[in-house]
Design a protein around this ligand. Structure first.
Ligand code: SF4
Ligand code: MG
Length: 327
């Protein structure tokens, strides 16, 4: 099956300056990331803050430009950013962010906000748009009497439902969600995650789900990519990756998720904070925190290698068969 979304060797470099006149340091926020998402599949992207996952999410939709590499959507190269062809394609790929309030216009009723993409992309007649808005509201669990409300009159969870309804208005093939539940009350998070799963199952939409919350990712995603300092260090089916993480970084992340029956002291505590992306350690960037690092890890960068069908790891100590391709 042709992937709906394919990224090859994506690179995004920021420049940071120390102070007003300090020296400018290039930061490789995303450094050679390749991935593919099939129609109907949910790919989770996990990692600590600063790992480049949000930047990657925006690059996948062409919202953030890439300095290197390529994104393909539906088998064709992504059109140049901000061109009419790209804008037309944006109806097929949508994004849901962490903070629903800043994603919504406080002067518009929720029905108007959900209808907006239909107006922009000139979908259907005014009557058809109105009935589409009503059915979208139903699908995300909003009541008809909420149509005339404004964002500040809704709870956080209801606002995120509005954002999701709007994202789905144009019937996209791909939804990129960046921490869509982390700003919500814990009691509401599961409802919104279940909503996303139901919508994904009924519409056959492909999803990229960016999160630092491994429990949610395990629950929702088919496949998972783990990022550390701008690179994918492990990738695999969610089941296998959580049951038998291969990369020492993934092992530490997974060990921090409480599992019934597993003793709490099996948790692997990483020493130190994630390094500053502007001062990436040499060799394996994880070597400064890796509990099993060897001297060689400081020198040679481990490539992402296929370790089993559908699985890949970037670690010198994990036996690999062949360099991983984008698939
Ligand atoms: Fe640890 Fe070395 Fe593997 Fe990096 S390459 S994860 S430092 S063992
Ligand atoms: Mg982020």
């Amino acid at each position: 099956m042709t992937p709906i979304l394919e990224a090859r060797d994506l690179v995004r470099i920021y420049e940071t300056r120390e102070g007003l006149f300090g020296k400018v340091t290039p930061v490789r926020a995303v450094d050679g990331v390749s991935l593919a998402v099939s129609p109907g599949e949910t790919l989770g992207i996990v990692g600590e803050s600063g790992s480049g996952k949000s930047t990657l999410g925006r690059m996948l939709l062409g919202v953030d430009p890439a300095q290197g590499g390529e994104v393909r959507f539906g088998g064709a190269p992504m059109p140049e950013r901000r061109t009419p062809a790209w804008r037309a394609l944006r109806a097929r790929m949508q994004m849901v962010f962490q903070d629903p309030l800043s994603a919504l216009d406080r002067r518009l009723t929720i029905a108007d906000q959900i209808r907006e993409p239909l107006d922009i992309h000139r979908v259907g007649t005014p009557e058809e748009r109105a009935s589409r808005v009503a059915s979208l509201m139903r699908n995300v669990g909003l009541r008809p009497d909420q149509a005339g409300r404004y964002p500040h009159e809704l709870s956080g969870g209801q606002r995120q439902r509005v954002v999701i309804a709007r994202a789905l208005a144009t019937d996209p093939a791909l939804l990129v969600c960046d921490e869509p539940v982390s700003a919500l009350d814990v009691s509401i998070q599961a409802q919104v995650v279940n909503l996303l799963r139901d919508l994904q199952e009924t519409t056959g939409l492909a999803m990229v789900f960016i999160s630092h919350d491994l429990k949610v990712v395990r629950n929702l995603c088919d496949r998972v990519a783990v990022m550390y300092l701008g690179r994918i260090v492990e990738e695999g089916p969610a089941e296998a990756l959580f049951a038998r993480p291969q990369h020492p970084y993934t092992q530490a992340l997974v060990s921090s998720v409480p599992v019934p029956g597993r003793p709490l002291d099996s948790r692997i505590i990483l020493q130190g904070e994630p390094p500053n992306p502007a001062a990436r350690p040499s060799g394996c960037a994880f070597h400064s925190r890796c509990p099993v690092a060897e001297p060689m890890c400081r020198g040679a960068v481990p490539g992402l290698r296929v370790t089993a069908p559908g699985r890949a790891s970037a670690c010198h100590l994990v036996a690999g068969a062949a360099p991983a391709s984008a698939a």
